[in-house]
Design a protein around this ligand. Structure first.
Ligand code: LLP
Length: 422
């Protein structure tokens, strides 16, 4: 359920017509709905009712300061994977005590900064990282709270590029080796074991893999209790899928209730790291049709957004719904064709959607739906294209939350070689 709906035929973000945003801020342009972000975060939070928990939004999904700030105001935690994300959370008013730090390659400076600001937990992905954190914490006179990210070897049944919980993936510590690494952690003076962490993949549309992973995590927790290694929390990662076209993912409530049912009376605090399920359907990408073109039988609409703005279709063959923003005039609805929507970038893979049934004319304004997660954050300057602005709608208010990049921004940090000596 989101707040991008039609009123008198025209697509709105909350109370604001998207056409008005396109006129004011140009295209391409990302538009987010505050009410939708809040609704999605609350759906997770409320599902836990009285049970101790923390929803840590996966910052990688959408790291705009305004987005993080909206969530921080509701008391959200954050899952980060770099010191850049940590500084964004702090700048946006997030509580460092509600931050978990994931990722396989944490640098010394990143660990050090996270210790300095007092994050909630490091999700440790290897024995080498554990020893590094121990050494840095001791040098800073601190004790680092840690969980081990275990790899439960569960097939998430998702696209191979976004599956992370199989033995063949680079993520986590093989669950069979986890006890030995926990025993090492228990001996290190600079770390304190606080939890177990796992994340098996993204865009999951079934509950079974989540429950299978939880069962393996619980078996490990039992084993650790027997060894006298106490665990305070289980972090079950993110990964709940969303509806892009016709997927039928479980609701956050159904997902949380399946987890809680399996947990039973166990006392652990539960952490989740949802990204997509909170942000994806809280955003759209506005784009305008530049030209229509036919190559023989194929119909193309060349739009002003490209793979540099939204790379998911090119990278994962992801399908996102693409719709007309404005109602077409009743008399001239135009001819419906099967159209490939492509961008101006010089790559065959530069498309936003293929074989979409649309009646298009030059100048039409389109919305690529479900673009609030892994949209702007994955954008680049490829082909020297300035990145799009981001706008957040709050009721009838429109806030520009990131300016469109200017041409001069593209090469602001670059320099030419000094003149050749004569
Ligand atoms: N926690 C960890 C440790 C993760 O690696 C991820 C996502 C999440 C949480 C959040 O997962 P979510 O709830 O958003 O599924 N760029 C890809 C998705 C990559 C996801 C990477 N990890 C896409 O556009 O589909």
């Amino acid at each position: 359920m989101d707040e991008f709906t039609r009123k008198a035929g025209d697509l709105h973000a909350e109370a604001v017509p998207l056409q008005a945003i396109a006129e004011r801020h140009g295209t391409p342009c990302y538009v987010y709905s505050r009410a939708t972000l809040e609704r999605h975060w609350r759906a997770f939070d409320a599902a836990f009712a009285e049970r101790d928990h923390l929803i840590c939004f996966a910052v990688k999904a959408n790291s705009n300061l305004a987005v993080l700030n909206v969530l921080a105001r509701m008391g959200s935690g954050f899952d980060i994977v770099s010191v850049g994300e940590l500084e964004r959370v702090l700048t946006a008013g997030g509580d460092p005590g509600r931050v978990v730090f994931s990722g396989v390659g944490k640098r010394v400076d990143e660990i050090s900064r996270a210790l300095e600001v007092g994050i909630h937990c490091f999700n440790v992905e290897s024995p080498a990282e554990l020893e590094r954190i121990d050494a840095i914490a001791r040098a800073q006179g601190l004790i680092a709270p840690v969980s081990l990210r275990v790899n439960p070897d569960v097939d998430a049944g998702t696209h191979p590029y976004i599956a992370t919980g199989l033995a063949e993936n680079k993520f986590g510590i093989a669950i069979g080796e986890a006890v030995a690494v926990y025993q090492l952690a228990a001996r290190l003076p600079g770390v304190r074991v606080v939890g177990i962490d796992c994340h098996i993949g993204s865009q999951l549309t079934e509950l079974a893999p989540f429950v299978a992973a939880l069962e393996r995590v619980l078996a490990l927790a039992d084993e650790l209790e027997r060894l006298g290694i106490g665990i305070a929390h289980l972090d079950l990662g993110g990964g709940l899928g969303v509806r892009y076209i016709d997927e039928q993912p479980p609701s956050p409530a159904a997902y949380v209730s399946a987890l809680l049912e399996r947990l039973g009376e166990r006392p652990y605090r539960i952490l989740l790291e949802p990204g997509r399920a909170i942000a994806a359907n809280a955003g759209i990408l506005l784009t305008r049709v530049e030209h229509l073109k036919h190559n023989g039988e194929r119909h193309f609409a060349i739009v002003d957004a490209a793979m540099n703005d939204l790379i998911r279709p090119a990278l994962y063959q992801a399908q996102q719904d693409i719709v007309q923003v404005c109602k077409r005039d009743g008399d001239s609805p135009g001819e419906v064709h099967s159209v490939d929507l492509v961008g101006p970038v010089c790559e065959t893979g530069d498309f936003l959607g293929k074989a979409r049934r649309l009646a298009l004319a030059e100048g039409d304004l389109l919305a690529v739906r479900s673009s609030g997660a892994y949209g702007f954050v994955m954008s680049s300057n490829y082909n020297s294209r300035p990145r799009a602005p981001e706008v957040m709608v709050d009721g009838d208010q429109v806030h520009l939350i990131r300016e469109r990049e200017r041409i001069a921004d593209l090469f602001a940090g670059e320099s030419c070689l000094p003149p050749a000596p004569h």
